[in-house]
Design a protein around this ligand. Sequence first.
Ligand code: ADP
Length: 542
Amino acid sequence: MLAGRMMDYPLTLTHFLERARTYHGRCEIVTQNPDRTSSRSTYADLHRRAAKLAHALTRLGVGAGDRVATLCWNHARHLELYLGVPAMGAVVHTLNLRLHPSELGYIASHAEDKVLVVDRSLLPLYRKFAPQVRCIRRVIVVGDDGPVEGDGLDYEALLAPEPDHFDFPTLDERAAAMLCYTSGTTGNPKGVLYSHRSIVLHTLVSCMHDTLGFRERDVVLPVVPMFHAMAWGMPYSAVAAGARIVLPGPHLDPASLLDLMARERVTFAAGVPTIWLGILALLDEHPGRWDLSAMRSMVIGGAAAPPSLLDGFRSRHGLTVTHAWGMTETNPLGTIAHVRASLGPGADSLDTRASQGYPVPFIDQRHVGLDDSRPLPWDGQSMGELEVRGPWVASSYFGDEGEDRFTKDGWFKTGDVVTIDGEGYMRITDRSKDVIKSGGEWISSVALENALMSHPAVLEAAVFAARHPVWSERPLAAVVLRQGQTASKDELRAHLEPRFAKFWLPDEYLFVERIPRTSTGKFLKSKLREEFADLLTAKPSG
Ligand code: ADP
């Protein structure tokens, strides 16, 4: 081999931190505080405070590879931890505050967190799992209101005496930078340990125009929590691009978010469908109340975006919503529903925009048979499990659990059931544990949900499997109606009939007030199954 003659410059997050100070020092970080006032700081402050943090943590005994856990909302201090901890060679571990205390206790122990940084408002949650965790040596409290009890340390008091400059070490780009756990919808939570290199590459690709396209002139609002899937990498992308970043704190209701978007002239926001469903409903109720003219892109992911949602934003409010797919295991960006110009004008259809899209550079995809794991054709019809690989896809879990999720030839098994069409556009039809198999045939719950949610009276719908004596499984639909609207079972059935084979149509429609959700706002279908799985087999009473 004739080797190239280029420098072996390490791809580390430290570069982004230094660059933010040198070239984007004036760029603003806006935090919405719990009392709804705003705090403003700059990337120069970010660098200075990351240095102070690194000194303080070193003083507390944090060294290379040690885990520093955070239990925090999205705010400027959390951003300091996102940059400062990896730059000093330690690992930032984000704890998901929506999990059950016993799960948090399990995760913090499993990760062997050494220090915990916690928002003052979340101290009661920490106290619930503290007795379960032996590894945490110091607790640092973030929040400006009042003294810290017990042996907890106040974040500001800790940083105050430290010098503004820290000699950040030259790190190996393969060193661990961040640890995130999956939210455990598929068994025990599992840890994904990202390297500097994997995050840097993910960040660079996120900044490409046809992916998320972060620019220096953007105002980025990560609605996705920084405690979940690295807020889809947005904190790093914004810092790398030198974009202004707006952090919403704990106020994630639609009205607060719309106020923030309008006030700060947000250009880019990203969140899960639940968030966007609430925002669309409010915009429909009060058209013109919020000036969103600065918004260039709203990204939706984490669960399937109902086509009616994408269409509603575009046709009624002139807003572009881009659909993307990813997982904690993929840093998370994997695919995006960018409509390729080369496909011609006809391709810009709702069908393409509502697909999960095609892979971003450096992500490879394939799908394999659910029964035989054999690669399937890209014909838009064959349903199989999606497998991906790439430099920011996990190659194993922390502690080497879940080995069965990794294939011998180097692919990660996503657990998502998909079709892929001839142009490479991927469509999720289910998660492997949610897919319904009726009389030996697969039924896509997601397709039925999307169709139900396009009915004007339906706010939300979740379709799941119930046991059946003849067909083994049959679909049931749990439906939440919009306030003041009605729809009968027959109407809903008539709405679906023209679009699906007869055997796909749900056997029952259950009108419920709320669909149970996971900690990250996705439909928790296992709960529905638990409750209603025997509905069709139960003997009628009387
Ligand atoms: P968990 O696996 O614990 O729910 P993640 O946040 O990592 O946590 O979730 C990843 C999963 O979310 C994917 O495997 C997929 O099922 C779902 N998902 C993510 N984005 C989309 C999307 N755009 N459409 C449909 N499902 C999605």
